[in-house]
Design a binder for this molecule. Structure first.
Ligand code: GLY
Ligand code: MN
Ligand code: MN
Length: 444
């Protein structure tokens, strides 16, 4: 597969999504969405710009300070975009702008205005509008703009549930991009395994992965990479990545690229010196068996919760066999004895955001927004991660040989008619495959 190109989503698809949203809107209503703005890092330097995922989903437009309005009046649908105006001086200093003139054709929208004249052009659109859809918790700069209009936006309903549900089901074009994100992320994990040696720093391995992302057209990681040697693996969101990797330790790497706005999210755990110790193998094998069983079970109509129950059982049985937990398996599960070693969920939706949007519970779909259940049956077109782990901290009361071992194995699954497709299977996870790959790399 030739990965070395920048994929883009056809502009028609963004238009189709807007048309789908229009079908949900009642007559005489309006939806408004705001883009992200530049985020300052320090003094006059910004973080790399990343578009708001909802705004991107409906526009494919990658500039800050923009607003999208969907207007449905007397059964007529109109899309209007507010963008930064062309400005030769600012563009010389800070980069090109699409501009008002080019926006309608480039983005296939009906009308474009300058964001600098927002109030002037937005207020007339509100005439005869009976209902506004707006999400007020996302962008303070947008709230400030709306305050200048005469409509009371505190009464607005959110469009969020509509878009979350649309985003949960991936189109063929999205799946193609997510396959690329998964494949590039997997190649980066292979490179990490090849490059890891005792005494290299965690951040050196991180840099090897970023290099691999970049050279395949994924300019940024989808989230802060975790390269956690030894007991650092037991800190779930460890991101300092500034310690030396030690001979005899495992290293847990949770890193994925963002390719054409879509996230990959892979974790692999492997020995720094290329050979698993017996104790490491024992813990690793429990997690691997649990993960492989979960992959078998994450198929249409099963829920994440059901599958996690099975994962918990496999882990508790494994931990009892190793003498890490003691007692009756059912009792231990009932008392959540595993929570000290497995304290996160089995997985999450994946897409434009690494923790992607979409409801997890049946109750949520029926209007109960507070439900924490993950009992929603899986359906074709959903993409999710499967990431069981075991984290045995130095402080835990377990046999000495297991202390400080943290293992997680994470893949990305597309739910299909026939079960699922693993988008990240190119990253090895069988003990023999990892050891063989690392041994071959160490010969050079
Ligand atoms: N990398 C974040 C996660 O695995 O959820
Ligand atoms: Mn992850
Ligand atoms: Mn994840």
């Amino acid at each position: 597969m030739d990965l070395a190109y920048m994929a883009t989503m056809p502009v028609e698809e963004f238009k189709q999504r807007r048309e789908q949203l229009f079908t949900k809107m009642p007559d005489n209503s309006l939806c408004i969405l705001f883009s992200e703005v530049e985020q300052r890092r320090n003094n006059d330097c910004n973080f790399p710009f990343r578009q708001d995922s909802y705004f991107w989903y409906l526009t494919g437009f990658n500039e800050p300070n923009s607003a999208l309005v969907l207007l449905k009046k007397a059964q007529q649908c109109q899309t209007i975009i507010f963008v930064r105006p062309s400005d030769p001086l600012k563009e010389t200093w800070n980069g090109r702008r699409l501009g008002v003139h080019n926006a309608p054709a480039a983005l296939q929208v009906n009308l474009a205005f300058s964001i600098e004249q927002f109030a002037q052009h937005f207020s007339p659109l509100l005439t005869d509008i009976e209902k506004i859809y707006h999400e007020s918790n996302l962008h303070t700069w947008g709230e400030q703009l709306l305050q200048q209009s005469k409509f009371d936006f505190t009464q607005a309903e959110s469009w969020r549930d509509w878009l979350d549900e649309m985003r949960l089901f991936k189109s063929n074009n999205e799946i193609a991009l997510m396959q690329q994100a998964g494949q590039i992320s997997a190649l980066a994990h292979i490179r990490a395994m090849q490059q890891t040696r005792p005494n290299r720093m965690e951040y050196e391995i991180e840099s090897e992965m970023l290099h691999e992302f970049n050279r395949f057209g994924a300019r940024y990681p989808a989230y802060n990479s975790i390269v956690a040697g030894g007991e650092n693996a037991c800190i779930l969101h460890y991101s300092e990545n500034d310690m030396p990797l030690k001979d005899g330790d495992l290293v847990l790497i949770d890193a994925g690229c963002e390719f054409a706005m879509y996230a990959g999210d892979i974790t692999r755990t492997f020995p720094v010196n290329g050979k698993f110790s017996p104790a490491q193998k024992e813990i690793y094998d429990i997690v691997l068996q649990a993960q492989k069983r979960a992959i078998e079970l994450l198929v249409p109509s099963n829920s994440i919760q059901q599958v996690n129950d099975e994962v918990v059982r496999i882990k508790v049985e494994g931990l009892v066999k190793l003498g890490i937990l003691h007692g009756d398996v059912n009792e231990l599960i009932k008392n959540n004895a595993h929570r000290q070693f497995y304290m996160h969920g089995l997985g999450h939706w994946l897409g434009l955001d690494v923790h992607d949007v979409g409801s997890y519970s049946k109750a949520h779909a029926n209007g109960d927004r507070n439900s924490r259940n993950r009992d929603r049956p899986l359906e074709v077109g959903m993409v999710l991660t499967v990431e069981p782990g075991l984290y045995i901290s130095e402080k835990s009361n377990v046999p000495e040989r297991y202390k400080g071992i943290g293992v997680r194995i994470e893949d990305n699954l597309l739910i299909t008619e026939y079960g699922n497709k693993n988008l990240t299977s190119a990253a090895p996870k069988e003990i023999e495959d990892i050891e063989r790959l690392m041994a071959a790399a160490n010969k050079h």
